[in-house]
Ligand binder design. Structure first.
Ligand code: ZN
Length: 71
């Protein structure tokens, strides 16, 4: 409750994650959107979730192949 302004959940910035940076986004109550202090990326919750989902799929597939290769 003390950290209400950071949003219900901490979302990772998808734009930074693409560059291997794991940055938590902040929540802007007035605009009802999340923003990143590092790269200027901003978007509503739906957009952030969508992009994170795409990245998870992409990176997840990559890791799977690498693991298989090592085996
Ligand atoms: Zn960012």
């Amino acid at each position: 409750m003390a950290q209400a302004k950071k949003g219900r959940l901490n979302y990772r910035c998808p734009a930074c994650f693409m560059r291997d940076l794991d940055i938590d986004m902040f929540y802007d109550e007035e605009k009802d959107e999340y923003y990143c202090l590092r790269c200027q990326f901003h978007g509503d919750e739906k957009k952030v979730l969508e992009l994170n989902e795409q990245l998870r799929w992409k990176y997840g597939s990559m890791r799977e192949r690498i693991t298989e290769f090592d085996d």
